[in-house]
Design a protein around this ligand. Structure first.
Ligand code: UD1
Length: 494
């Protein structure tokens, strides 16, 4: 297992190019099983999740190849299939459930394991099943598997809203299945995410008749067959947002190539409220993107993660890490996954002051984050810990980075290109940096001092007394992180 060692305090600078979107690639790859010809997909990122779905597709009889010179992924659909997506694969990645609709529509049968538990909260698939039943599927759950059957699906009116909004992969499942159903399907309360638009564009290029994708009402006129298709996956807006937040947290200056402002309007808006400068820009070779520059003066924020076009839940943890550095009280609420706060205890270990209240985290800043050992619990939490470590004083070690590798292509390499001191190594006690080895007496003493002093400075004791939030323009200096002149590491100027 790998771990990352990060020396914080270095402003990120330079250009970074986005990979293709993971959350667009996965449902498109899954939909390829419903297509009768080849799917030639460009810009599919090299990720653990893509490898897992590749294995699922291969287990269903598809042939998946990647051309290493162009990066193109080609999927040849099966001639025949068992229709069984096994627990051992599905439990590794929930998005495997995206094969359910395509299998059922094309092959009349699907046996797909229920995904099981998830670190970011309860994630049922009841809306997926409700939609498929409306399309005429017979569904039973037996021994942890969904068994779905249908001779030919038929069009239907389907409402896909749930207690937390719509469902992204549920919309993908139903939209793909309805593409091969007899008649017209109308999905209302459909997910509007750009990844759904990308899937709709892929299916339309394969001969589907879909309109309204990207709005809450999608209409699909079923066709008898989908044919082979070439498609380029959209750039990853969550990687873009993560890099924007990392630039802001390190007071950096970064051009994020291929970032699509229209996919990121809520993120741009909240970061601008916080005080980050973001401008559309382009490179010498004509690539467009977003130029992000951090600032020494940042404002606290009251921010809520919502379905698209709101601030994505997939950036909530990273924003939490940024807001720890901002003077004043910030509030971040997650209305999509109200329990998605596994990053909070790890941020507390780095010195953050955060109190969890239901679906919200209340953050008192600025925290003087200091490097320490932390453990990644899930994909976006690991990205948040990387951001906190980049902004912290001293060295941090982030363990279980396989979570990060699920969804970010070459994240550490890209950050290194931007000047970060970040090193990947095998997780082994010997590999721990000297500063984090708790063996010496002086370190024990230091621990004791910290423990005692923390009794007198409980979190939130030192909150600013001024009424917070931003409408009054409240804004004070945050710690400027800069490199020291000597070799003893970075210093933090207050
Ligand atoms: C997708 C994304 C994930 C992102 C999430 C929300 C992919 C591969 N993953 O996940 O990165 O965090 O959208 O933007 O695209 N729900 C139900 N019943 C259902 C389905 C969902 O109640 O049948 C609830 C979920 O528990 C959650 C909310 O609806 O509270 C949204 O979930 P959903 O959009 O389905 O997430 P995913 O598609 O799994």
């Amino acid at each position: 297992m790998d771990m990352l060692i990060i020396r914080g305090g270095i402003p990120l600078a330079g250009n970074v190019r986005l990979a293709g979107a993971k959350n667009a690639s996965l449902p498109i790859m899954a939909a390829s099983i419903a297509v009768s010809g080849l799917s030639q997909l460009r810009r599919v990122p090299h990720l653990a999740d893509v490898s897992t779905l590749t294995q699922v597709l291969e287990s269903l009889g598809a042939v998946v190849t990647r051309d290493l010179s162009t990066g193109e992924l080609t999927i040849t659909p099966p001639h025949a299939t068992t229709g069984i997506a096994d627990y051992d694969l599905v439990r590794r990645m929930r998005a495997s459930v995206c094969v359910l609709g395509p299998l059922l529509a094309r092959w009349g049968k699907a046996v797909v394991s229920l995904p099981g538990g998830c670190n970011i909260g309860h994630r049922p698939i009841d809306l997926h099943l409700k939609g498929l039943v409306a399309l005429g599927a017979r569904i039973r759950i037996e021994r942890g598997y969904v068994h779905a059957e249908a001779t030919r699906l038929h069009g239907a009116e389907i409402y896909l809203g749930g207690p937390f909004g719509s469902t992204v992969t549920g919309t993908a499942n139903i939209m793909t299945a309805a593409s091969l159903a007899r008649g017209i399907t109308r999905i209302s309360a459909a997910a509007c995410e750009p990844e759904i638009v990308d899937l709709g564009n892929y299916l339309n290029a394969a001969g589907a008749r879909i309109t309204g994708h990207g709005t809450p009402v999608i209409e699909i006129e079923g066709v008898d067959e989908l044919h082979g298709v070439e498609h380029e996956v959209i750039p990853d807006r969550i990687e873009a947002g993560t890099m924007m937040i990392a630039a802001a947290a390190t007071c950096g200056d970064v051009l994020i190539e291929d970032a699509q402002p229209r996919h990121l309007s809520a993120v741009i808006d909240i970061l601008r409220q916080i005080g980050v400068t973001i401008e559309p820009s382009s490179t010498n070779d004509g690539r467009t993107g977003l130029h992000v520059s951090g600032a020494a003066y940042l404002n606290p924020a009251d921010c809520t993660a919502l379905p698209y076009p709101g601030v994505p839940t997939d950036l909530q943890a990273q924003l939490t890490a940024l807001l720890c550095l901002v003077p004043g009280i910030s509030v971040i609420t997650d209305k999509v996954f109200p329990d998605r706060f596994m990053h909070v205890p790890e941020l507390l270990r780095m010195g953050a002051q955060i109190r969890r209240e239901g679906a919200s985290a209340i953050i008192a800043g600025p925290a003087h984050l200091s490097g320490t050992n932390v453990m990644a619990s899930d994909l976006r939490a690991s990205a948040a810990l990387v951001i906190a470590a980049l902004a912290a004083e001293g060295e941090s070690v982030i363990r279980r980075v396989y979570h990060l590798d699920r969804g970010y292509e070459k994240h550490d390499e890209k950050l290194r290109q931007l000047g970060a001191q970040i090193q990947r190594t095998t997780d082994h006690p010997e590999a721990l940096p000297e500063s984090l080895r708790m063996t010496g007496e002086s370190t024990m003493e230091q621990h004791k001092i910290e423990e005692i002093s923390s009794r007198f400075t409980p979190p939130f004791q030192n909150q600013p007394t001024k009424p917070h939030f931003l409408s009054d323009g409240y804004s004070i200096a945050r710690p400027m992180v800069s490199q020291s002149d000597d070799s003893s590491g970075p210093v933090v100027d207050l």
